[in-house]
Design a protein around this ligand. Structure first.
Ligand code: ADP
Ligand code: MG
Length: 333
């Protein structure tokens, strides 16, 4: 580990579910046990300083929290159980060790909540920006992973909780920074959604158990994720704008025409990213069971037709929903 001896100080208390780990941090590999009749899920995410986080919008605690959240969310999107993670770090030589300790504090908090073990990693120095790379291993009952490609004509389209809050949180944080004002009291929910998003593990498992046919987690905005499902499943998705729940903080912020970056509240839902909520499609039986469940909203149907996504409006008009995500809008603004 060379100059990063301090890593020793943060690699204790990393096991939150002993039952699946024989050897954790300290040897050449971690040794974990597999549960019988489970498929293994593997996913990885990277974050680069200056691209995915800056000191302005994210405390190091939140960087660790968000990185693990995004990673755990990928497991949730398959209907799976998150189990183990390994974290690799490229750190600049003059970086304050306190910064890394804070990253690990955020990481451990969310790992503890979801009983995910930190079983290893790698630490190197870099002359460039800080880079964090997180790999997660999870499990799902054999053959039951919920794929993007499973949507069927006639399915109902559902989402979990509210979408678009993270983008509002980011915009309000950046404005606060620029204008030296505080609006946290007004946009507390959005800022929390941006800084400490919660992966929807329980709902992902529930949706799998109720037979969801297709599922994605929402990292790039609903428009983008719906298009991915449409493409992978070769179907047409039609959502009704009126059925989409809009959180009151999004309504309040989008009224602020000279400050809000997107026009309509529903644009935040469609094009705001990083909510880490879930979008799914499910057949009639699942719909009947879940239609009155809290935290789940049904917003449209799967139809036959060329691979595409449409939205219908209350005035009877409709428009094609293109897969512009958060990044696209960032570039154009
Ligand atoms: P090796 O030379 O075998 O790769 P290292 O010296 O890189 O070993 O790491 C020693 C142990 O510490 C390994 O178990 C490794 O997984 C763990 N480790 C190294 N860096 C980190 C990190 N940033 N976070 C978690 N575990 C780490
Ligand atoms: Mg190593």
């Amino acid at each position: 580990m060379g100059e990063f001896k301090f890593i020793d100080s943060i690699t204790n208390n990393t096991i939150f579910d002993k039952s699946s780990v024989k050897v954790g941090i300290g040897d050449d590999c971690a040794v974990c046990t597999n549960t019988s009749n489970m498929d293994t899920l593997i996913s990885t995410d990277m974050m680069v300083e200056g691209i995915h986080f800056t000191d302005k919008t994210a405390a190091p605690f939140d960087v660790g929290y968000r990185l693990a959240s995004a990673n755990i969310s990928d497991i949730a999107a398959m209907g799976g159980y998150p189990k183990q993670i390994v974290l690799s770090l490229a750190l600049s030589k003059n970086l304050d060790t306190k910064w890394v300790q804070e990253v690990y504090r955020g990481l451990k908090m969310i790992c503890q909540r979801y009983k995910v073990n930190i079983v290893g990693g790698d630490t190197v120095s870099t002359t460039g920006p800080v880079v964090l790379s997180l790999t997660i291993i999870g499990e799902v009952p054999v053959g039951e992973a919920v794929l993007r490609s499973g949507a069927k004509v006639g399915d109902y389209i559902g989402i979990t909780n509210y979408l678009g809050l993270s983008r509002v949180g980011l915009e309000t944080l950046l404005k606060e920074e620029k204008d030296q004002m505080r609006c946290a009291f007004r946009y507390a929910y959005s800022q929390e959604a941006h800084q400490r998003p919660e992966p929807q593990v329980e709902l992902g498992i529930l949706l799998r158990k109720h037979g969801a046919h297709a599922m994605n987690d929402i990292s790039d905005g609903l428009a983008s994720e719906l298009n991915e499902i449409a493409k992978a499943s070769n179907v047409q998705l039609v959502i009704e704008e009126e059925q989409i729940p809009i959180h009151e903080e999004i309504s309040a912020w989008s009224k602020n025409k000279d400050k809000a970056e997107l026009n309509r509240p529903v644009d935040y839902v469609l094009y705001g990213g990083e909510d880490f909520q879930l979008v799914f499609t499910i057949g009639q039986k699942g719909f009947d069971k879940l239609k009155n469940k809290s935290h789940i909203h049904f917003i449209g149907r799967v139809q036959e037709g060329p691979t595409s996504v449409f939205a219908t409006c209350s005035d009877g008009t409709s428009y094609k929903v293109l897969p512009h995500g958060y990044n696209h809008f960032k570039e154009e603004d």
